[in-house]
Ligand binder design. Structure first.
Ligand SMILES: Nc1nc2c(ncn2[C@@H]2O[C@H](COP(=O)(O)OP(=O)(O)OP(=O)(O)O)[C@@H](O)[C@H]2O)c(=O)[nH]1
Ligand SMILES: [Mg+2]
Length: 612
C-alpha cells in the first residue's frame, strides 16, 4: 500500500511525514518548503508495512507553479514511472479550514480513497476554534482524524484509520465542480461543523502592524540581520578556542607517539591540520543556523518577503524570490530548488542566476579565517564588534550584487510585465527549543559529514600531491616546489598574480570547487607541510595567514568569495533546474568574471593604498 500526504502549503504534511516515518525532512512555518516528492516507510499498528509519500503543498489540482504540478502529477498518477497512490491523506490545518477544506473537496472528485488529517488541532484548541468531528465527517463525506504532527504520538489515530481504509472502495465521483462551487460547498461544511471564536487573530494583527510597517518593519528586519552577524562573532570565540586547543593537543599527542615519517606527516599535517582548520568554524555555523531556524519557525520570513517586494521588484526579482534567496544562505542547492514555487518563469530564472551570490554557509569558514587574521578584535562605538561588522558587510555585498545582476538581467529582457505578490502569511509561532535543537543537530551532522567525507578525502589527496614526487638532493628551492601540487600552484600564479593570490591560495582553490570549506582545509595542509619541511613549529592557520599574507591579498580573497563561482554542485543544480547548458555556462562565466574583476580591483586599490 502507498499513501500520499497532500494538502495546502504549510498545513503540516512534512511534520506528519517525519512523525510517521521517522524521517528528518525540512519543516518550516511558511509556504513552499517542500518542493519535491519524498518517500518513506511506516508500519501500521497491525504490522503492515506501507510506503508514505510527502508532497509539495498545493492550493488546487490546477497548478500555477512547478512544485504544485508535482503534487498534482503524483496524486493523479501522471508522475513518470509511478502509479496512483492507493490512499490520499489530505492534511488540512484546523486553524485555516475555510481555505483548506476546499482542496479536500476537490480531491474527493478524484475517486481515490481519502482520509482527512485534521492537523494542528492543538493550535485550533488554543485559538478557541470548536470543531465537531462527526458532523465534519458526514458533511464532507470523508473520514476525518484529528492529528497533532508536532507531538510524539500525535498521529496514532491516523495510523489506526489507515488500517480501516477499504482500498477497493471507489466512491461515486460526482460531476466535476467549478472552483466557485467548491468554495461554496466548503463554506457550507464549515458552517455546519465549526464554531469560530469572535477574534482569533488579535496577536498576529498587532505584531503585523509593526513588523509590516514600511519604515519600522524595514528597520526591524535590518536589526535582526545585524544582530545575527554580531552574534556569530561575539558568541563563538570561546568554543572556537576550545576546538583549536583540542586539535592542537591531538596533533601533539600523535606527533609524540609516532616516529617521524610519511605516516606521521599524513596524519598530523594532512588530516589533523587540514580538517582541524575547518572544524573550528562549527560554532559560527551553528550560531548562524540558530537564527535562521528560529526565524523559519516564527512565521516572520514571508513578512520579510512582503517588506522586500518593492525593492526586489525594482531589481527585477519579486518578493517570492526572497525565501529561495534566504535558503541560499545555507546552501545555493536547496535555494535554487526552492525557486520551483515561483510561478513566473522569468522571475524564477533571475532568482536561480543570482542565488549563488548569497553567501552560503560553506563560505563562512573562509570569511571567518581571514577576518580573524586581519581584522582587529575591536569595539566600534563601544558596543559593536568590528569583525561582526565586516562579516555583515560581506554578506551585504553579496546581496547588493545579486540585486544589481538581476537589475541588469531585467534591462536585457524585453517583456517587463508586472506581477502582484500573493503570498500566504502564516500565523506567528514561538519556535520550540526542541525543534530548534533538532535542526541544529541536523546542521552539525551535515557539516561533520562533509568534514569527515569530502573534505578529509581531498586534504589527503592534496597531502600526497604536496609530498610527491620528493625533491632530489640537488634541488635548490624548497622541496614543496618540486611536488605536483607545488608545480600546479606555481603554474596558476601566472593567472592569479594580478589579483594577488599566492601559490598556496591557487592550489587551494582547485579542491575548493568540490566544497568551499576545502579551501581552508587545503591551506591548513599546505602550510603544515611547508612548516614540517622547514622544521618550523606548527602554528594555527590564522596566525600563519596573518603573518605571511599582505592585507591586500586577504581582502582580494575575501572579495573573491563573495562571488566564488567554483562550486560544482551549484552548477549541476542550475543545469538540472533550468534544463539548459547555456544558462549554466552563463552563470559560470558571469560569476567568474565578477569574482576576478572585483578581486582585481580590490587588490590593485589596496596595494596602491599601501596594503600590499
Ligand atoms: N502547533 C502545531 N504546529 C504544527 C503542527 N503540524 C505542523 N506544524 C507546524 O506547521 C508549520 C508547517 O509545517 P510543515 O510540515 O513544514 O508544512 P508542509 O505542509 O509540509 O508545508 P509545505 O512543504 O510548504 O507545503 C511548521 O512550523 C510546523 O512546525 C501541529 O500539529 N501543531
Ligand atoms: Mg512540506
Amino acid at each position: 500500500m502507498r499513501i500520499a500526504l497532500i494538502g495546502n502549503p504549510n498545513s503540516g504534511k512534512t511534520a506528519l511525514f517525519n512523525l510517521l516515518t521517522g524521517s528528518r525532512q525540512k519543516v518550516a512555518n511558511y509556504t513552499g518548503v517542500t518542493v519535491e516528492r519524498k518517500e518513506g516507510r511506516m508500519r501500521l499498528p497491525n504490522g503492515q508495512d506501507i510506503a508514505v509519500l510527502d508532497l509539495p503543498g498545493a492550493y488546487s489540482l490546477h497548478p500555477t507553479s512547478l512544485d504544485e504540478a508535482i503534487a498534482r502529477d503524483v496524486c493523479r498518477g501522471f508522475y513518470p514511472g509511478e502509479g496512483k497512490p492507493d490512499v490520499l491523506v489530505c492534511v488540512v490545518d484546523a486553524t485555516n479550514l475555510q481555505l483548506h477544506l476546499r482542496f479536500a473537496l476537490e480531491l474527493k472528485q478524484l475517486g481515490t480513497p481519502i482520509v482527512v488529517a485534521l492537523n494542528q488541532m492543538d493550535a485550533a484548541e488554543k485559538a478557541g476554534i470548536k470543531i465537531d468531528i462527526d458532523t465534519l465527517q458526514s458533511a464532507l463525506g470523508l473520514p476525518v482524524v484529528p492529528t497533532v504532527a508536532v507531538r510524539s504520538n500525535g498521529a496514532a489515530a491516523l495510523a489506526k484509520a489507515l488500517e480501516r481504509v477499504e482500498l477497493s472502495h471507489i466512491p461515486d465521483v460526482p460531476a466535476s465542480l467549478e472552483p466557485i462551487d467548491l468554495h461554496r460547498e466548503a463554506r457550507a461544511v464549515l458552517a455546519k461543523a465549526v464554531v469560530m471564536p469572535q477574534q482569533s487573530t488579535k496577536v498576529d494583527d498587532a505584531l503585523d502592524r509593526w513588523l509590516l510597517h514600511p519604515v519600522f518593519g524595514l528597520l526591524i528586519l535590518a536589526s535582526i540581520l545585524f544582530v545575527m552577524f554580531q552574534a556569530v562573532y561575539a558568541w563563538a570565540t570561546p568554543m572556537m578556542d576550545g576546538i583549536e586547543w583540542i586539535m592542537g593537543w591531538i596533533g601533539g599527542q600523535v606527533s609524540s607517539w609516532l616516529p617521524a615519517g610519511p605516516l606521521r606527516g599524513l596524519i598530523v599535517e594532512g588530516i589533523i591540520a587540514g580538517t582541524g582548520s575547518v572544524l573550528v568554524f562549527l560554532p559560527q555555523i551553528l550560531i548562524l543556523f540558530l537564527f535562521i531556524l528560529a526565524l523559519e519557525e516564527s512565521g516572520y520570513l514571508p513578512r520579510a518577503a512582503f517588506l522586500m517586494d518593492r525593492l526586489m521588484f525594482k531589481a527585477g526579482l519579486s518578493g517570492r524570490s526572497f525565501i529561495p534567496l534566504l535558503s541560499s544562505f545555507a546552501c545555493a542547492v536547496p535555494g535554487i530548488m526552492a525557486t520551483r514555487s515561483i510561478q513566473d518563469p522569468r522571475d524564477r530564472l533571475a532568482t536561480i542566476m543570482v542565488a549563488p551570490l548569497m553567501t552560503c554557509s560553506a563560505r563562512l569558514p573562509v570569511y571567518a579565517l581571514l577576518i580573524g587574521a586581519f581584522i582587529p578584535q575591536q569595539k566600534v562605538l563601544g558596543v559593536l564588534n568590528l569583525q561582526g561588522l565586516v562579516l555583515f558587510g560581506l554578506y551585504f555585498a553579496g546581496i547588493l550584487s545579486a540585486l544589481l545582476v538581476s537589475w541588469v538581467m531585467k534591462r536585457w529582457r524585453r517583456d517587463r510585465g508586472e506581477h502582484m505578490l500573493m503570498l500566504e502569511l502564516p500565523s506567528y509561532r514561538v519556535p520550540t527549543l526542541r525543534d530548534v535543537l533538532i535542526g541544529l543537530q541536523e546542521r552539525a551532522m551535515i557539516f561533520l559529514k562533509r568534514v569527515g567525507g569530502i573534505i578529509l578525502a581531498l586534504t589527503v589527496l592534496l597531502w600526497f600531491l604536496l609530498n610527491f614526487p620528493a625533491a632530489p638532493a640537488d634541488f635548490a628551492g624548497p622541496a614543496i616546489d618540486y611536488s605536483y601540487a607545488g608545480r600546479i600552484g606555481h603554474f596558476l600564479t601566472g593567472v592569479f598574480a594580478p589579483v594577488g593570490f599566492n601559490w598556496q591560495i591557487c592550489i587551494a582553490l582547485i579542491p575548493g570547487m568540490a566544497a568551499r570549506e576545502v579551501v581552508v582545509a587545503s591551506l591548513g595542509t599546505v602550510y603544515a607541510v611547508q612548516a614540517a619541511n622547514d622544521d618550523a613549529t606548527a602554528q594555527a592557520l590564522s596566525q600563519i595567514v596573518a603573518n605571511q599574507w599582505s592585507l591586500a591579498t586577504a581582502l582580494s580573497l575575501l572579495v573573491w568569495f563573495i562571488y566564488a563561482p567554483q562550486c560544482i554542485s551549484t552548477l549541476a543544480t542550475i543545469r538540472r533546474e533550468t534544463r539548459s547548458w547555456k544558462q549554466t555556462a552563463i552563470a559560470l562565466i558571469y560569476l567568474f568574471a565578477l569574482a576576478y574583476g572585483a578581486s582585481l580591483l580590490t587588490y590593485q586599490i589596496a596595494s596602491f593604498l599601501g596594503a600590499g
